[in-house]
Structure formats: C-alpha cells, structure tokens
Design a protein around this ligand. Structure first.
Ligand code: C2E
Ligand code: MG
Ligand code: MG
Length: 743
C-alpha cells in the first residue's frame, strides 16, 4: 500500500521559490553593479568635462596673450636688427637670426626690393602693388604685424613683423607658422581632447560640439564611422544635464553627453565614448563567482533538506502505520479522510468492519491468539482491495474501508465480497474457528462533514446490527435517531440508578377489583419515566432498554423502594391489607441476590411480605425452571405472592404452572378482548381458563378489562379479580389516595 504521508510539494515549492528569489536577487545585484560602473563612468566624465571646460577657458585666454607675445617678439627683433644694420652678407644674417631665435630676416630698400635675406633664393625679389609690404612702404607707420600668410617666394607659412628705418629701408622678421601653431596648439581645444584621450585609456572617442559655431571636433579611434556628425545624437547636445546611454553603435560602448559650462554659460557639449569591455568582463566574472558560490550553498541546503525530508517521511510512516497489521492506522485515516471526500464526484462510502465476540476470543484464547486473528483478518481484507479502495485499522477489532462506487448495489457487492473472505475457518495455533464479522456501511453524503460523524454513524449501524442480528446494514437516519434515543435513555436510567433525579422515575398504580366482595384488594405498580428530552416514556420501551444494557436489576431496586414507600403510606392511611403487585423481569428474578435484597428492603421498612406480589411473565419460564421455582418458593416462604402476567401468550401450559409456586394468573388481554369481539359465547376461552385455574387452586385476574360486556362475562364466570380502564386507569399516588378514599 502506497502511503502518501508527506506532500512532495513541501520539498519542491521552497526550492522553486528560492530559485526564483535567487534569480531575482541576482538580477538586482547585476543591475546594481552595472549601474555602479555606469555611475563611475559618468562621474569620471563629469570630472573630465570640468577639466575640459577649464582648458577651453584657458586656451581662450592664453591664445590672446600668446599672440601679443609673438607680436612683441617680432617687433623687438626687427628693432634690434635695425640697430645692427652693418650686417652685409647672408651668412652673418643667418647667424644673427639664430641668435635672435627667429626663422627669417629680410632687408628691403625703400623701393621694396629685397636686398638681404636669410632665404638663399630670396634676393632681388621686388614687392608689387597689392602685396602687404608694398602697402606698408606707402603708409607712414614705423611698424607692422601681419597675420600668418604664405611666403610669396617659398610658399611656406610665416607670421611677419616689420620695422621702417629712418632711411626708408625695411626690416622684415618671420616666424614659421608651423612653430607658432605648435605653440598655440598646446592651448587649443583639440589639445584638451587629446589630453583626455591620453589620460584615460578607456575612452575610445572624445568629441567637442559647439552647435552655435557649427563646429565639431573629434579625437580618438575611428569606431568605423566616417562621419562623426551622424554618430552624435543632436538632441542630447546642449542639454543642461549629463546624459548617459549604452551606445547604439556598439553595446560595449557607453556614450556620455556632458555640458561644458563657462561662467554659467553652456558653451558646448563634450561627448565621450567609454569602452566598457573591461567593466563588463569584470561584471561577468563577478556574477560567475557569485553564482558559483550561491549554487554550492543551494546544493548543500537542498541536500540537507532532502535528508531531513526523508527522515521525516520515515518517522511519519512509523506514526501512520499500525504495527500489528501493517495497515494504515486511524491517524492516517483522519489525515486523509477530507482529501478522500473531496477527491471525485463519485459516490463514496465508509465501511466499518467489526469482529464478532472478539473480546471473548481474547479472554478464551489469550491476547496473542487475538492478535493473530487480527493479522489474519487484515490479510484476508487486503485481498478484496481494489484501486479505488483503502483499508485502515481503526482500533481494536475494527477496520475501516473507504470506497468509491457508482451505486448502493456496488457497496453491497463489495461488502459481500468481504464476507466471503470469512466463510473459511481461521486456523491459528491449531485452533479452527469460523470468525464472524459485521459490516456497517455509511454512504458519505454531503451532510457528513467530518470523519468523526462518519465513524459515529458506522458505530450506530454496527450496534443496530448487533441488536437485529444482521451482517451487513446501510446506515439510515431512522436507526440513528432510535439509537441516539436509546443512548440518551440509558444515560438517564444510569443517572436515576446513581441516585440523581430519582423523581424522573415514578410509579402509577392500577387498582384490582375483587369481583366477589366488590372491594379493591390489590394494586399493580407500573413504572413511568419522565425523560428530560422525550417526555413521558412507556415501560415497554425503557424496561427493554434497561434489560439490554444490564440496568434492569438496579432499576428494579429503585422501583421496589418507591413501591414500598407507597405501601407504607397506604398502611398509615388505614389500608392495612393492601397488596401491591410489582412487575419483575427474568433478569431480576434470576439474579442470585434478588430474594436477599428484597428481604433486606422489607426489613428496612419493617414491612411484611404479604403486602407484596411479584408479577413475572410466562417467557421467564423458558429458563431454568427448577432454579426459578426455588426462588419462588423462597419468596412465598416470606408471604410474598407470585402472579403469572400475560398468561396465555407464551409457551407455558397449565401443566407447568401447576408445578410452580404460584398464587395467581393474569389472563392476557387477547382473551379479554375476545369476550368483547366474539358474538358466540361458546367460542370464548376465558371461562375455561378461569375454571382450569380454579381447579389448580389459583386466583385469576383478568387484565385490561375495558367494556361492560367483558365485566359481565367475567362476573358471571366467577373470575376473582379484574383490572382495567373499565373501572380505573393507572393512577398517580395522590390520585390513588383520593380514589380509594371515595370508595
Ligand atoms: P403489564 O404488567 O401487563 O401491565 C399492564 C399494562 O396494560 C400497563 O401498561 C397498563 O397501563 C395497561 N393497561 C391497564 N388497563 C388497561 C386497559 O384497560 N386497556 C389497555 N389498553 N391497557 C391497559 P404499561 O404501564 O405500559 O406497562 C407495560 C408493561 O411494562 C407491563 O405490562 C409490564 O410488563 C411492564 N412493566 C411496567 N412497569 C414495570 C416495572 O416496574 N418493572 C418491570 N420489570 N416491568 C414493568
Ligand atoms: Mg404486569
Ligand atoms: Mg399484563
């Protein structure tokens, strides 16, 4: 049998959940670290941009100063040269130029003819109209500084300065434009971009955009793009804040647009392309390590959990399996019942099996033998199990099946199959014995919400089967309410016997009329139970229950007590010869203490036995006649009279009665009723019974006399006594005193 005690979900769910959490957290960590890298890049870029904006400002300032310095140098050099006009050959002039750290010195006569030059090819060249020197000769100015321009002869670019001497001669000093640009270039924006690239190896490309001037300069790797203008996203330029994004050109690049501010004016945007390969690699490595560590931790955790799970499973199996029969036990039934009920829409039933007289087997053959019977029973029951049925050992000699079936007939079929298993005798320790079992079927309808309810119904069914001697019975509400009523009545009777609420049991008294004297000579005491739950209950019901539950003997004692109390009351009221008949059932009479207890009671109340009559029914006589007769004899020895109740219905004959110590017989109602219903007097039996009784010297009482016709007949045929509604119903004590008083 496969027992599913621990739900595997308890293992799988936490592992799944933790994996999901793990992936989720991993993602968060990954994004966190990546963003951290991006933030670092952004900070670095802002830092670079700040430096860049200083550089730009500086270069703007420095370029101007530098220009001034160069111009001053040119003028100074030309003035100095003017003082040394005695230089007449080119080689001296070259030396002189070197000492002044200038690149070119030229001397022109007042007509603009080049007379001496550091250039080998330059002499005798003459200026012409439209040339800057030509213009200078015409102007009265002593000095002139020119913007950079190409030398007319060599085509090399220079920046020139001029000085006009007193005699009209002109000195021209030139500085190579390439040298000037090199010096000024140190201060330009491009140079700043280069600085950024040099200082930061992770920057692949740095650009500076000035949309107002329509200028864009870029420095760095080509990135495979010909036209940087297409690369740069225009709408990110000239924004007031830093914008960073993963580049669309290459996902390993991170693009940053940093505004460059000078005196709180946005003068342009620095665009930096950071290579993130290194960071990404580091990130992947970090994740790899993190995942590995966590995976190991998970593996260890899962291992510990599985070990724990298996251990629990083993423990559960011990708790849920019956040691003796190896069947699932009552605990397991409790655990799985609800689940079984909800499982399918099919009709379901609980069948409880009970071994008949198992207690007797235990007592007779010992517990070991009893256990063997239980094991063998379980084995036989296992044989009938099919897919949709489960078997449990409930407790003691009880087993429970949970079955699914389509019809009630299926349940019966299954129950019969179970019974078949017990046809063959059990052969244990060489003791052969047929074991009888009873099966109580409880259809698990919607109204049954708990196992407790189903079990209770099964128990009721089994109890009912015991009473009606059946093997299989399906629970129904009628037997349930009858059983519940019985249980409650038993409880009330037990209560009364224990001396609590004794007023719930009362006696009514029905007078017996002596037909010869027309006097009341006796009374019959009849018991009434006034139940809390069910009101007045007839003795036919509760006496039967008291007998079944072995309460009748003790209850009889309470009845005798009450009867004697009333007798004493009547005696004190002057009814000195009154005799009260008390009904006694077989179990009472057969009890070995019956006579003794009754005598003790009489002694206690100082009452003579002649006031007591015992009414016994015929059926009692089927038991040990001799023993009964001895008891009757003992009673009569103490003047207690004996009456046979309901005579003529059972098995006794006048012959058996003649052998017994009996004083009177009470003719059963059927003979009395015959007097009323039968038209032909010849066919009435009552007269013969009266005559025969008289022949045996017995007093005869007719009971349940209701009609005048009956009374007249009985009177005519010399019946000694009558009892019945005809002249009085059973009366409560106080009504009885009144009734007797009136007579
Ligand atoms: P029973 O001893 O044969 O009692 C006579 C029954 O007939 C009583 O019913 C009584 O109320 C009823 N009865 C009397 N006159 C008439 C009548 O004219 N017509 C009709 N239809 N019925 C009449 P009750 O009290 O229900 O008692 C039923 C039986 O219960 C008694 O039958 C007796 O056998 C038994 N019983 C009553 N009290 C006790 C008791 O204290 N102990 C024992 N062991 N049995 C008792
Ligand atoms: Mg009676
Ligand atoms: Mg009777």
């Amino acid at each position: 049998m496969n027992i599913k005690i621990i739900d595997k979900r308890t293992l799988i769910v936490p592992i799944l959940v933790s994996i999901i959490i793990f992936i989720f957290l991993g993602q968060i960590v990954y994004i966190g670290i990546r963003d951290h890298f991006y933030d670092r890049v952004r900070e670095l870029s802002i830092h670079l941009a700040k430096g860049y904006s200083y550089s730009i400002q500086n270069s703007i300032n420095s370029e101007f100063l530098f220009e001034q310095l160069i111009e001053d140098k040119l003028l100074l050099a030309s003035e100095t040269t003017a003082i040394y006009t005695q230089i007449e050959d080119r080689s001296s002039l070259v030396l002189y130029a070197q000492s002044l750290r200038v690149d070119e010195i030229n001397l022109y006569n007042p007509q603009g003819v080049l007379v001496l030059s550091t250039m080998p090819e330059g002499t005798q060249w003459q200026t012409f109209e439209g040339h800057p020197i030509y213009d200078f000769i015409l102007r009265p100015d002593r000095t002139m500084i020119e913007n950079i321009r190409a030398n007319y002869v060599t085509g090399i670019e220079y920046k020139y300065g001029y000085y006009k001497l007193e005699n009209g001669n002109i000195i021209q000093i030139g500085l190579l434009a390439s040298k000037i640009n090199e010096l000024i270039g140190v201060l330009t924006t491009d140079h700043a971009l280069k600085d950024i690239l040099d200082s930061n190896s992770s920057i692949a490309l740095a650009c500076y955009a000035q949309p107002e001037q329509n200028e864009l300069s870029c420095l760095g790797d080509d990135l495979g793009v010909n036209n940087y203008e297409n690369l740069i996203k225009e709408n990110y330029i000239n924004q007031s804040e830093v914008i960073g994004l993963v580049s669309t050109v290459d996902s390993s690049l991170y693009e940053l647009y940093v505004p460059i501010m000078i005196d709180q004016n946005n003068v342009g945007t620095l665009i930096l392309y950071h290579e993130m390969d290194e960071q990404n690699e580091a990130l992947v490595q970090l994740l790899y390590v993190g995942f590995s560590v966590l995976a190991i931790m998970y593996f260890l955790l899962a291992y510990a959990y599985i070990v724990h799970f298996n251990k629990n499973k083993q423990l559960s199996e011990v708790a849920y399996i019956d040691d003796l029969t190896q069947l699932p036990n009552d605990l397991y039934l409790q655990k799985t019942f609800e689940q079984f009920k909800e499982k399918t829409d099919q009709e379901k039933s609980l069948i409880m099996l009970n071994i008949d007289e198992f207690r007797t087997i235990n007592v007779t053959y010992g517990y070991h033998h009893g256990n063997q019977i239980l094991v063998e029973t379980a084995n036989r029951l296992k044989k009938v199990l099919e897919h949709s049925q489960t078997l449990f050992r409930w407790e003691g000699d009880r087993f429970v099946f949970l079955i699914e079936s389509d019809h009630q007939t299926d349940q019966f079929e299954f129950a019969n199959k179970i019974l078949q298993q017990f046809k063959q005798a059990f052969d244990i320790d060489d003791i052969k014995k047929v074991i009888r079992v009873k099966l109580g079927i409880v259809p698990l309808e919607k109204s049954i919400s708990s196992l407790q309810q189903a079990i209770q119904k099964a128990m009721i069914t089994l109890e009912y089967e015991r009473l009606v001697d059946k093997d299989i019975f399906v629970f129904n509400e009628d037997i349930a309410s009858a059983m519940i009523r019985e249980t409650n009545i038993v409880k009330e009777l037990q209560d009364i016997i224990e001396g609590n609420n004794q007023e719930r049991l009362s006696l009514v008294f029905q007078p017996q009329l002596d037909l010869k004297t027309n006097k009341i000579t006796g009374l019959e005491a009849l018991s009434r139970l006034n139940s809390d739950q069910y009101g007045s209950i007839n003795p036919a019901e509760f006496i039967d229950i008291a007998e079944k539950h072995y309460l009748i003997y003790d209850l009889g004692k309470v009845v005798f007590n009450k009867a004697i109390t009333t007798i004493n009351e009547l005696i004190s009221l002057g009814y000195k010869d009154i005799r009260v008949a008390v009904n006694v059932s077989g179990i009472q009479l057969l009890h070995d203490q019956f006579v003794n207890d009754l005598l003790i009671l009489l002694k206690k109340y100082k009452l003579s036995g002649k006031h007591i009559e015992i009414e016994i029914t015929e059926s009692i006589l089927m038991n040990d006649m001799q023993r009964i007769n001895r008891t009757l004899e003992q009673l009569r020895a103490h003047e207690i009279s004996i009456s046979i109740d309901d005579f003529g219905t059972g098995y006794s004959s006048f012959f058996t009665i003649s052998e017994l110590h009996v004083d009177s017989i009470k003719i059963n109602r059927s003979f009395v009723r015959q007097i009323y219903t039968q038209m032909d007097e010849q066919k009435m039996i009552a007269r013969e019974i009266i005559q025969l009784a008289h022949k045996l010297g017995l007093r005869i009482v007719a009971e349940e006399v209701e009609h005048d016709k009956e009374y007249q007949y009985l009177l005519k045929h010399q019946c000694d006594c009558i009892q019945g509604y005809y002249f009085c119903r059973p009366l409560q004590s106080h009504d009885l005193y009144k009734f007797l008083g009136n007579r």
